[in-house]
Design a binder for this molecule. Structure first.
Ligand SMILES: C[S@@+](CC[C@H](N)C(=O)[O-])C[C@H]1O[C@@H](n2cnc3c(N)ncnc32)[C@H](O)[C@@H]1O
Length: 213
């Protein structure tokens, strides 16, 4: 076993996080015991952050002390692994159906804070969040860069991992052109540290690793 980044492990070359709630699994993931500790295998087919790590992301902004704002938490698959690594994960999700699945996960993983709100309206949740060092955004919306910039104006996080789904922005346009246009909107306020295509795990998706200027 090797620690790839603080809190992110490689077990037989596969990604894993140290399970902060031993015995509890979130999405049927495998668990492995090593030296008395339990690890949850982190599936890159189920998580875009894991896909980016599997594709060789060189810097990872989340560490054990991080406070993370997660936009598009869904049922908590990726957010639960982030919660194994970070101190606090604020999980914003606007679908009531997904929130019903997320709530029992947050009940067990108590550093995950569920927030039923629209990521396009950060003022809806700004009072709930003490501070956020890192943003993770995975929302299938037409204005993905705009949503990130709006949240930046409110929370002033230092780093962000943005998953861009080209087809949600424009299904007719060449994904390369869509990615270029989204990146251009971000460069005034962010340095693009890395851009990773998520294929073969996800088609027409890119993950941007961003640092505030
Ligand atoms: C692709 S899923 C996220 C999967 C999740 N990131 C994971 O890896 O476990 C996208 C989620 O974003 C949510 N979403 C889309 N638009 C949103 C918005 N404007 N505000 C909050 N959540 C949104 C959807 O309901 C959906 O659950």
């Amino acid at each position: 076993m090797k620690e790839k980044f603080p809190g992110v492990y490689l077990i037989d070359r596969k990604l894993a996080t140290h399970n902060k709630t031993p015995g509890y699994r979130v999405y049927g993931e495998k668990t492995v015991k090593k030296k008395g500790k339990e690890y949850r295998m982190w599936d890159p087919h189920r998580s875009k952050v894991a896909a980016a790590l599997a594709k060789g992301m060189k810097t990872f902004p989340i560490s054990p002390g991080s406070s993370v704002l997660y936009l598009g938490a869904s049922s908590g698959t990726t957010a639960s692994h982030i919660a194994d690594i970070a101190e606090t994960v604020y999980c914003v999700e606007f679908s009531k159906r997904m929130m019903r699945e997320l709530l029992p996960v947050c009940d067990r993983k108590q550093n995950m804070i569920p927030i039923l709100a629209d990521a396009r309206h950060p003022w809806e949740y700004s009072n709930t969040i003490a501070n956020a060092d890192v943003l993770i955004q995975d929302v299938a919306q037409p204005d993905q860069a705009g949503i990130l910039l709006n949240n930046y104006d409110t929370f002033k996080f230092k780093h962000a991992l943005l998953s861009i789904k080209a087809r949600s922005i424009n299904s007719a346009k060449d994904p390369k052109k869509v990615f270029k246009a989204e990146k251009k909107k971000l460069t005034q306020k962010f340095e693009i540290l890395e851009q990773l295509s998520l294929e073969p795990y996800e088609e027409d998706h890119m993950l941007l690793n961003l640092k505030a200027k």
